[in-house]
Design a protein around this ligand. Structure first.
Ligand SMILES: [Mg+2]
Length: 374
């Protein structure tokens, strides 16, 4: 079943986050942007994917429109493993991580949506999972720039609406203590986004050792310093990482260094659902838990629901703590009482609402089509 078109579009959604909007990659972050990938096959069936994301969207979109889309036109949409393998090999000189790989991820997710639609099965069923109505979620608070009042207020608010696990994007022990006080019966995680070189990270891990963190995420700069990360495990805090890790072999380096307790592959970054599967198998073989990274709100988020439902022993879905005005993939991208519902429809089970999609389009979609013989 040949692929006849690949279309990219960006929706920009107004949102609030319980505090001032932060900078993201040095730019003001005023709207929540989602890069959508729509793949159509010759029988008119349509699949939806999402490619990472945020400030990288212009670069990822260029990679999609100019490199990845032309390479997949005319290919069999059902042969996902073969297609992605050949696509990655054909372009590996362009880089094994970053915008180009995010672009591949977006198309790959759309192919799984198509596969499920064609089979009349949800993706979790294709992955061998059983039906689950919902999964527990955690509130992933955005950075409040160490404003402890905002950390406390938003932690308490997240607990009040039903989250039992709450993650901070702050870099101080004080923020952790304030959050624990604001929600004493919640599990608190701290994500510092690679803030510290190993010597500082070791001091910070020692100071946090008795604070009962559920996990400490990406404490070491740079993220590929697997041995620097491994050096922190003696402090006894569960360590998590992986959102910046390049594919299964990147995770192999982390796992073999004994660097992590929890792997966090990101489906819109790592290469799509197939590469997620490879990371899961690797981690299973080494006793490392997988809790996917998914701070996004389109088909990538929904793909993560399917993956977590099918493959995670203790699913815990990351939901950014923010409020969107509307989202084309409502209601599947929102948590309720600390849980997220899992779609039951074929494929990802969540085609976008065309009216909401049209209302928030940031620019006209770009379509790459197969040439039709005259
Ligand atoms: Mg993170």
């Amino acid at each position: 079943m040949r692929i006849t078109s690949v279309e990219t579009s960006v929706v920009a959604l107004p949102f609030t986050m319980g505090g001032p909007h932060p900078l993201f990659a040095g730019r003001p972050w005023e709207k929540l942007e989602i890069l959508l990938v729509r793949v159509e096959t010759e029988d008119g069936l349509v699949g939806w994917g999402e490619a990472f994301g945020h400030a990288a969207i212009p670069a990822t979109k260029a990679a999609l429109d100019t490199i990845v889309a032309p390479l997949v036109l005319g290919r069999d949409a059902r042969a996902i493993e073969t297609l992605t393998r050949e696509l990655m090999h054909a372009t590996h000189l362009l880089g094994r991580n970053g915008a180009h790989l995010y672009a591949v991820s977006g198309v790959e997710i759309a192919l799984w949506d198509l596969l499920g639609k064609r089979a009349g099965q949800p993706v979790w069923a294709l992955l061998g999972g059983r039906e689950r109505a919902s999964l527990p979620a955690y509130a992933s608070l955005l950075s409040y720039g160490n404003d402890l009042g905002l950390v406390a207020r938003n932690t308490a608010d997240a607990r009040r609406v039903g989250y039992r696990h709450i993650k901070l994007h702050e870099v101080t022990r004080e923020a952790v203590l304030v959050a624990k006080e604001a929600a004493p019966d919640a599990a608190i995680m701290l994500d510092v986004n690679c803030a510290w070189m190993p010597p500082v990270a070791r001091d910070m891990a020692a100071s946090l050792a008795d604070d009962g963190l559920y996990w400490l995420e990406e404490p070491v700069w740079p993220p590929e310093d697997s041995h620097g990360l491994a050096g922190l495990r003696r402090h006894g805090i569960p360590l998590s990482a992986g959102e910046n890790t390049a594919g299964m072999f990147g995770f192999k380096a982390l796992v073999e260094a004994g660097a992590i307790d929890i792997a966090q592959p990101s489906v819109t970054k790592v290469g799509g659902i197939g590469e997620m599967l490879r990371v899961f198998r690797l981690c299973q073989a080494h006793g490392v838990e997988v809790v996917p990274h998914c701070p996004y709100f389109g088909p990538g988020f929904v793909a993560t629901l399917h993956i977590a439902a099918a493959l995670c022993e203790r699913p815990l879905v990351e939901v950014l703590w923010l409020e969107m005005e509307a989202n084309p993939f409502d209601p599947w991208v929102r948590a309720r009482d600390g849980h997220v519902a899992v779609p039951k429809g074929p494929g990802l089970g969540c085609d976008p609402d065309p009216a909401i999609l049209a209302r928030y389009l940031a620019a006209p979609p770009v379509r790459t089509e197969a040439k039709v013989a005259a």
